[in-house]
Design a protein around this ligand. Structure first.
Ligand code: FES
Length: 102
């Protein structure tokens, strides 16, 4: 089980708990505004874009090659951007705080 906190672009804080699947799926299940997951998690839409806190980026790691290509097309991308469909929930990510980029 991992606690994942989302902060929407409107400043709303949503605390969630998940044990399996992707962080995008967790966000959609909890109706986190700004995370739509339009492509179903196959890394081709960027509607699951989040900014990882810089202190946590070591835990998530950086994007893979295809993910990085998708992020390059997004004006809101930063060095701490990830597509949340590419982040698997695990104990190692417990306490993660993510800002919704959309
Ligand atoms: S859900 Fe489409 S890129 Fe993540």
């Amino acid at each position: 089980m991992a606690k994942i906190t989302f902060i929407t672009s409107e400043g709303e804080t949503i605390e969630t708990n998940g044990s399996s699947g992707s962080i995008m799926e967790l966000a959609v299940k909890n109706s986190v505004k700004g995370i739509d997951g339009d492509c179903g998690g196959v890394c081709s839409c960027a509607t699951c874009h989040v900014h990882v806190d810089s202190a946590d980026f070591e835990r998530t790691g950086g994007p893979g090659e295809i993910e990085a290509d998708m992020l390059e097309l997004d004006d809101n991308a930063t060095e701490y951007s990830r597509l949340s469909c590419q982040l698997e929930i695990s104990e190692a990510l417990d306490g993660l705080v993510l800002k919704v980029a959309n």
